[in-house]
Design a protein around this ligand. Sequence first.
Ligand code: UD1
Ligand code: UDP
Length: 355
Amino acid sequence: MKILTILGARPQFIKAGSVSRQISKHQDIEEIIVHTGQHYDANMSDIFFDEMKIPKPNYFLGIGGKSHGAMTGQMIEKIEEVAVQEKPDWIMVYGDTNSTLAGAIVASKLHVKLAHIEAGLRSFNMQMPEEVNRILTDRVSSILFCPTDTAVKNLQNEGFDNFDIEIIQSGDVMQDGAIFYKSLASKPNIDIEDNYILCTIHRAENTDNEDRIRDIFKALNKISYDKKIILPLHPRTKKIIDSLKLDTTNLTIIEPVGYLEMVWLIDNCSLVMTDSGGLQKEAYFFKKQSITLRDETEWVELVENGFNTLVGANSDKIIESYQNHSKFKTQNSQLNLYGDGEASKKIIEALLNYE
Ligand code: UD1
Ligand code: UDP
């Protein structure tokens, strides 16, 4: 069996780490990796391949830093060329980025079976590019690997039981990774006190809205006088901070870090504040409370169970939530929200048994 894996952005490299490790156990599966180039800085891309021992991409398309249309269109053209040449049995895509959508379109046009990992998630906010990417990708897939029960229900609510698409609740591949890489975690080379908040901000709905981004940094700066905030800064956010001259004087801003350092930072922090999708779950995996600076989340089970609080981007609400966070819950190991750490194995077995 030949799988053409499409990767492009940081969270996809992290998810692919676990699945590629599983694939390498099967001599009868050949994985061809296409890196679209959507993320291209060394600490947004290469570091993950090196540290997580993901096989080097067979193809690097070099399509990053462009508008959504230009990026997605150029990816479609180049991925199609690769797929025509490689003749894979499957195209495999992860998550909800423009690289995901480009891979999905190619599979559907060439009638290659498409496997979507992290399927069925919905924010119900069609302004988000990720929501559009997810919905379109799910609809043209042959097999959908859902990380949660909610994701399966979302698909059923959209009538997916009526389509010729297999739906599997596999659990979450990020849980596999968190378990595996915890023992390899490494402390970043910065001055770290015991009690710090780990923060990441990069979502377009925040960075591209001046009121929201100003309010977020106003709140973070204020909170940082009470507790140290470590912020590995996404290049997208760095550009906005620079152009709006936002006050970040008291924040500990560092370059984006690799996954092994990130796992250390999560495991040792006292609170997570983020608009990242992946980090909301990782906070839960590492028994940390999380405040999410978005209006909605795809990981609703964390909010429903009290592990995560959605505060949006209003600075008063962010500060109030920070002041109340000691009342939030942390992980209850009785709950099995994201599977048993065997999602990657289940995914590969399902592909091998697919008829
Ligand atoms: C993308 C995904 C988002 C995901 C995020 C993970 C889409 C629509 N969005 O958002 O869902 O949460 O990746 O991090 O696919 N840049 C660099 N160097 C890099 C990468 C990006 O400088 O290595 C800068 C460039 O100015 C680029 C901007 O960041 O234009 C945005 O990058 P892009 O990949 O378009 O979107 P993300 O915000 O990273
Ligand atoms: N991450 C990382 N280094 C960083 C910031 C984030 O390794 O400097 C990891 C984080 O732990 C999570 C993933 O990147 O596993 C999430 O990616 P991101 O927040 O960019 O995207 P999202 O999950 O929101 O799509």
